[in-house]
Design a protein around this ligand. Structure first.
Ligand SMILES: [Zn+2]
Ligand SMILES: [Zn+2]
Length: 165
């Protein structure tokens, strides 16, 4: 996962929002945020997306349709600065013993689709725009075979994976 890539796509996706309201928006990776527990004055957006993983021990790769990504966002009206924090949950190889939790790798199209939804939520939550959420479903790009490996999913282990469905 390249953080630079997320930042670049975020800048593109929020270009119009920044023009509309004049506030600065940034996105930063933060693996300390907890799903369903945003800090005070922060909003949450959470969803499962498609990504790939690679085991750093055996080199095996696998796809997953349910990679939980948590976003917490907030607009500080005083400094006119908006912040989005994001944390993608990790998975581990199911064949290696003592496998490491690996970070997901998202295709740019999937990052863009996720961040477009985040931008929409920002408009609703921070700027009180009216969006009917039901009409723009986010379809994951790509396929993955087999059931979700709950035992090897960080979000499942923390009990927050299924809640996002
Ligand atoms: Zn492995
Ligand atoms: Zn899971």
């Amino acid at each position: 996962m390249s953080r630079r890539e997320w930042q670049d796509i975020f800048e593109e996706v929020t270009g119009e929002l920044v023009e509309d309201y004049g506030d600065d928006w940034i996105i930063e990776f933060d693996d300390t945020i907890e799903a369903y527990k945003p800090a005070r004055d922060w909003y949450q957006y959470i969803r499962g997306a498609f990504a790939r993983f690679r085991c750093s021990k055996c080199g095996k790769t696998w796809p997953s349709r349910r990679v939980l990504v948590v976003f917490h966002f907030r607009l500080s009206r005083k400094s006119r600065r908006g912040t989005v924090k994001f944390r993608p949950f990790r998975q581990e190889c199911r064949t290696c013993r003592d496998a490491e939790m690996e970070k997901p790798k998202f295709a740019p199209d999937n990052i863009e689709a996720l961040l477009q939804k985040v931008e929409e939520r920002i408009r609703v939550r921070c700027y009180r725009e009216n969006w009917d959420d039901g009409h723009v479903p986010l379809r994951p790009v790509g396929r993955s075979e087999g059931p979700h490996e709950a035992a090897h999913c960080e979000a499942c282990r923390r009990g927050v994976c299924r809640q996002s469905e």
